[in-house]
Design a protein around this ligand. Structure first.
Ligand SMILES: *Cc1c(COP(=O)(O)O)cnc(C)c1O
Length: 363
């Protein structure tokens, strides 16, 4: 049976998202003890999960026979208070990744265009192609956003402009006034999808709620996977106008966010101490990496977020050699950056081990 001509062409040709390599894979491939492997490849929180979230999740294990609350009522109320927005302005996803797909499902049809930075989160591309849309990928000189070029790429066919700030994988940061001016320059038919996955790691956070209040087509995405340490639970949310949130609610499946994720997310929101400690460890770790890169004359990027990018001679080789020694980092060939490695910032001793192994092969 040949499905080749039955499958949609955009699915047949869809590039596969390469995730950070799981510890168990590396252990099997190189014959290593999984306990000794250090994964710094997926921007996971090195402190683990928020302890309050872990406690709340454990307490709810007895309710797994019930379907979750499809409307995420309690979490929605809590976020509504936190952000001073209406409960109906939120939408929830099995990770914010799922919300990115919902946004593409809502707005992108065959032939429609989306605009994003060439070295920006690969899911923007995948979600667009999935819907039969056309990706307009805008060059990022010095691996930073070129907002004028991004604006110039917007046409009558553009449905969505995606932006991550700080950007993944390059870590570059755009300021509040720059984002605001950019959004105000967009035509009314365009949705601006603003991905805030790493915003909590910054000292100052961009706030686009005023633009939403003004009636701009802005949707902001947040995740519990990064600073809250809940990547395994799969939960993220968006806030936008009620209208936009309403469209997203039409395409999601009724129980897309599981019950433990909802409970864990609520507890994590109350865990200010864990969030503060995660940021503190991250700030210190960034300094540690930057000092090592400076001292050894390596080119790097590290403006925001919980990772650094460093340029090495042969990133694929360094990636493999480091794995043999039990350290997993992330190559970026998929982003057209074959000389760069992305490294998630860890605890001091983890960073030291990573730097040690990296320096053996970097030049
Ligand atoms: C990690 C990340 C997310 C969050 O993904 P989840 O699906 O919520 O785990 C979203 N956007 C970017 C740019 C990311 O790096």
């Amino acid at each position: 049976m040949k499905l080749e001509n039955t499958v949609k062409p955009q699915i047949k040709n869809l590039p596969v998202y390469e995730t950070g390599k799981p510890i168990e894979y590396v252990a099997r491939e190189f014959g290593l003890d999984p306990d000794g492997i250090l994964k710094m490849a997926s921007n996971e929180n090195p402190l683990g999960a928020s302890p309050k979230a872990v406690e709340a999740v454990s307490k709810h294990l007895g309710t797994l026979n019930y379907y979750p609350d499809g409307g995420c009522y309690e979490l929605r109320q809590k976020l509504s208070k936190k952000w001073n927005l209406k409960p109906s302005q939120f939408a929830f996803g099995n990770g914010s990744n799922e919300i990115l797909e919902f946004i593409a499902q809502c707005f992108v049809d065959r032939g429609d265009e989306t605009v994003f930075g060439a070295q920006s989160f690969i899911v923007y591309k995948l979600a667009t192609i999935f819907m039969g849309g056309k990706c307009v990928s805008v060059p990022m000189p010095d691996l930073k956003y070129d907002l004028d070029a991004l604006r110039d790429a917007v046409t009558d066919k553009t449905k969505i402009v995606f932006m991550t700030n700080p950007n993944n994988p390059t870590g570059c940061v755009v300021k509040q006034s720059e984002v605001e001016n950019f959004v105000r320059s967009l035509p009314e038919h365009v949705v601006f999808c603003y991905d805030e996955a790493y915003t909590e790691y910054q000292d100052e956070q961009v706030d686009l709620r005023p633009l939403i209040a003004e009636g701009r087509n802005v949707i902001c995405l947040r995740t519990f996977s990064k600073i809250y340490g809940l990547a395994g639970l799969r939960i993220g949310y968006s806030y936008s106008s009620e209208e936009l949130a309403g469209y997203i609610n039409r395409v999601r499946e009724p129980f897309n966010v599981n019950s433990l994720a909802q409970v864990g997310a609520m507890a994590a929101l109350d865990d200010a101490e864990f969030v503060a400690e995660s940021k503190r460890i991250n700030d210190a770790g960034r300094k540690q990496f930057v000092e090592a890169f400076e001292k050894n004359g390596l080119t790097y990027f590290s403006d925001g977020a919980n990772f650094v990018m460093v340029r090495v001679k042969d990133a694929q080789r360094v990636f493999v050699e480091m794995q043999k020694r039990g350290v997993i980092v992330r190559p970026n060939a998929g982003y057209g950056l074959p000389e760069w490695l992305r490294i998630t910032i860890g605890k001091p001793e983890q960073n030291a081990r990573c730097i040690d192994e990296l320096l053996k092969f970097a030049k």
